[in-house]
Ligand binder design. Structure first.
Ligand code: NAD
Ligand code: SAH
Length: 415
C-alpha cells in the first residue's frame, strides 16, 4: 500500500471532482492523448508537491499516463482535498497527504514523497527542492531536474542559484507568459474573491477593499474587486507599480493610511509583516483580513495574537481576534492562501494552461537535462507559444498570420 491518506472510501467523490475539471481542461486532454501514445516519462519517477485538489489530481494522472511512476503530496496542508488524495491512491499513485496535516505530518508527507528517489520534481513553493538540498541531499544525484510553479518558489531558487547552491536544473514555470499573465492575474483575481465570498457570505460591493501589492496577483485581485463594485485602495513599495495602480484608476496610499479606512484587506506581496501591529491598532471593528501571498506571514499573526485579549471561531475558516477595546478583527483561513485554503483555488481553465506548461516542461527536462547546468531556466519560448496556440484553438479563436511581405517589412529598416 503506497499511500498515507485520510480515507480511501472518499475516492468516488474525488473521481467525480477530477472528471468535472477534466471537461474544462482541453490542453491537458490533448497532452494526455499524446503522452499515452508516446510514453515520454517511461521508467521515470516524478515527485509532485502542488496544492492537492482536482486540477492537480488530473495533472498527476496525465503524467502517469505518460509512463511515469508518480508520488504526490500537497504543497499546503489546508488546500489538500482528501477525496482527491483517495482517488489518486485508488488509481495506483503513491499519495502522502491529508487535509489539515500538522507541521510534522506535512514534513513527513514531503519526505515520503521523496523516498522513492525521484528523477523529476514538480514543486510549488520550493519545499521538495529545499529538502533535496538539505536533509535529503543524498537523493539529489538521481534528480534530472524539476519545475517550479510559483513566484516565491522561483525567488527561492534564484537565491540558491546566485550562491552556487543549486544541485540540479530547474525550470521557472511561473515566469512563462502563459503562467503569470493568466494564472497569477486572472486566476488569483477570481479565486481570491471566490474564497472570500464563500467563506464570509458578505457583499464586496460598496466596501473599501485594500490590496497590498500590485504585482501580477495584486492587479488581478484589485481589478476583480473593482468589477464587484468595491472602492479599491492599493498599497505598494515599488514606485513604478504604484503609478501603474494610480493610472489604472485606484487610490494608492501607505498601509498606515489605509488601515483605518479598509473593510477588507488582501495581501499579495510575497513579503512579510505587510499588515502588522501599528495597522491592526487602527482598524475598524469587523474588518476582514485575508492573505493570498505565499506564506502566512503577510498578515502578521504573532502581532494579532499579542494584541488580542481573546479569540473565537466566528464561522468555518474565520477566527475573530478580540481587541482590548472590543473591536473584532476577522482573520480568514488562518492567514494562509485564502483562495486555496478556503476554496478550490484557480479555475480549471486557468490551471489547464499552467499545468500544460508543467507537463511540457517536465518532458523537456527529461529530454534535455544532460545539456543543462545547475541553473534556473525559463520555460522555452516554443513551449510557451505552443500552450498559447493550444489555448486559442481550444477557445475556437483564430488570429492573423503575417504575410511574407509583412514579415519582410517588420524585419527591415526601410519605412
Ligand atoms: P509580483 O512580484 O508580481 O508582485 C508582488 C508585488 O508586491 C510587487 O509589486 C512588490 O513591489 C509588492 N510588494 C512587496 N512587498 C510589499 C509590501 N511590504 N507592501 C506592499 N507591496 C509590496 O508577484 P506575484 O506574482 O503577484 O505574486 C505575489 C505572491 O503571491 C507570491 O508570494 C506568490 O508566490 C503568490 N501567488 C499566489 C497565488 C495564489 O493562488 N494565491 C498565485 C500565484 C502567486
Ligand atoms: N506553495 C505555497 C504557495 C503557492 S500558491 C503555499 O501553498 O503556501 C500559488 C500557486 O498555487 C500559484 O502559482 C498557482 O499556480 C497555484 N494554484 C492556484 N490554484 C491552484 C489549483 N486550483 N490547483 C493547483 N495549484 C493551484
Amino acid at each position: 500500500m503506497n499511500y498515507l491518506i485520510r480515507n480511501i472510501k472518499l475516492a468516488p467523490e474525488g473521481h467525480s471532482r477530477i472528471n468535472w475539471v477534466k471537461g474544462y481542461m482541453p490542453l491537458l486532454n490533448k497532452l494526455e492523448e499524446e503522452f499515452q501514445r508516446d510514453k515520454p516519462f517511461k521508467g521515470k519517477r516524478i515527485a509532485v508537491s502542488v496544492h492537492l485538489e482536482a486540477k492537480t489530481g488530473y495533472l498527476a494522472l496525465v503524467l502517469a499516463k505518460g509512463g511515469a511512476e508518480v508520488a504526490i503530496t500537497g504543497s499546503n496542508p489546508l488546500s489538500t482535498q482528501d477525496p482527491i488524495a483517495a482517488a489518486l491512491a485508488e488509481e495506483g499513485l503513491s499519495v502522502y497527504a491529508w487535509h489539515n496535516a500538522t507541521d510534522e505530518e506535512y514534513l513527513d508527507h514531503l519526505n515520503k514523497t521523496l523516498d522513492f528517489g525521484p528523477n523529476i520534481i514538480i514543486d510549488d513553493g520550493g519545499d521538495l527542492v529545499h529538502l533535496l538540498h538539505t536533509t535529503r541531499a543524498d537523493l539529489a544525484k538521481d534528480v534530472m531536474g524539476g519545475c517550479e510553479e510559483t513566484t516565491t518558489g522561483v525567488l527561492r531558487l534564484r537565491a540558491r542559484e546566485r550562491e552556487g547552491l543549486l544541485d540540479f536544473p530547474m525550470i521557472a514555470v511561473n515566469d512563462a507568459y502563459c503562467k503569470y499573465l493568466f494564472d497569477n492575474r486572472y486566476g488569483t483575481g477570481q479565486s481570491v474573491w471566490d474564497g472570500i465570498m464563500r467563506t464570509t457570505n458578505l457583499i464586496v460591493s460598496g466596501k473599501n477593499v485594500v490590496v497590498a501589492g500590485y504585482g501580477w496577483c495584486g492587479k488581478g485581485v484589485a481589478n476583480k474587486a473593482k468589477g464587484l463594485g468595491a472602492n479599491v485602495i492599493v498599497t505598494e513599495i515599488d514606485p513604478i507599480k504604484a503609478i501603474e495602480a494610480v493610472m489604472d484608476g485606484f487610490r494608492v496610499m501607505s498601509m498606515d493610511e489605509a488601515a483605518s479606512i479598509g473593510d477588507i484587506f488582501v495581501t499579495v506581496t510575497g513579503c512579510n509583516k505587510v499588515i502588522r501591529e501599528e495597522h491592526f491598532e487602527k482598524m475598524k471593528d469587523g474588518v476582514l483580513l485575508a492573505n493570498a501571498g505565499h506564506f502566512d506571514i503577510e498578515v502578521y499573526k504573532p502581532d494579532l495574537e499579542r494584541l488580542a485579549i481573546d479569540k473565537k471561531i466566528m464561522r468555518t475558516n474565520i477566527e475573530g481576534y478580540i481587541m482590548e477595546d472590543g473591536r473584532i478583527l476577522n482573520l480568514l483561513a488562518e492567514g494562509r492562501l485564502v483562495n486555496l485554503a478556503s476554496g478550490d483555488g484557480h479555475p480549471a481553465e486557468i490551471m489547464d494552461m499552467s499545468f500544460a506548461l508543467q507537463a511540457l516542461s517536465a518532458k523537456y527536462m527529461v529530454d534535455r537535462h544532460s545539456q543543462m547546468g545547475n541553473k534556473v531556466y525559463r520555460v522555452p519560448e516554443a513551449i510557451d507559444r505552443r500552450v498559447a496556440n493550444m489555448k486559442l484553438k481550444a477557445m475556437g479563436i483564430n488570429i492573423d498570420i503575417l504575410t511574407r511581405e509583412q514579415e519582410d517589412y517588420l524585419r527591415g529598416w526601410e519605412g
